[in-house]
Design a protein around this ligand. Structure first.
Ligand code: FMN
Length: 102
């Protein structure tokens, strides 16, 4: 229910038969833009698609990929620990170690 406090909730809807890739790029850019303006978001994948379609009057053959609330953050928690770049990136070949000297 915490989402209900947000003044705006974006819902990413895809055309019938279309994949989610282009839409996720759009929403990702919207999230980055909102963040740059000082707003908070949260990628939401846990929802009842049929109920969301009912509320927003989205035709049954359209898809929903995700939602995100957008609003002024209620709190600013410390950043959580992040994986090191060497755990996330590979160079040239899968499984290779990233060489920072290059
Ligand atoms: C595919 C996906 C689905 C998510 N679904 C939910 C969700 O349903 N509810 C929620 O509170 N957060 C959801 N999140 C947000 C994550 O719980 C987490 O807060 C967010 O990815 C930020 O993580 P970070 O602190 O590692 O950057 C989702 C994130 C992703 C990537």
């Amino acid at each position: 229910m915490w989402m209900a406090d947000a003044p705006v909730i974006l819902c990413l809807v895809t055309l019938p038969g279309e994949g989610a890739v282009n839409g996720t790029i759009v929403l990702d850019h919207a999230i980055l833009a909102a963040t740059s303006l000082g707003y908070g978001t949260c990628w939401i994948g846990a929802y009842d698609a049929d109920k969301v379609k009912d509320v927003l009057k989205i035709p049954k053959d359209y898809g929903i990929v995700c939602l995100t609330p957008v609003g002024v953050p209620a709190e600013y928690p410390n950043e959580r620990p992040r994986k090191k770049p060497a755990e996330l990136f590979m160079k040239e070949q899968f499984g290779s170690e990233l060489d920072y000297s290059l």
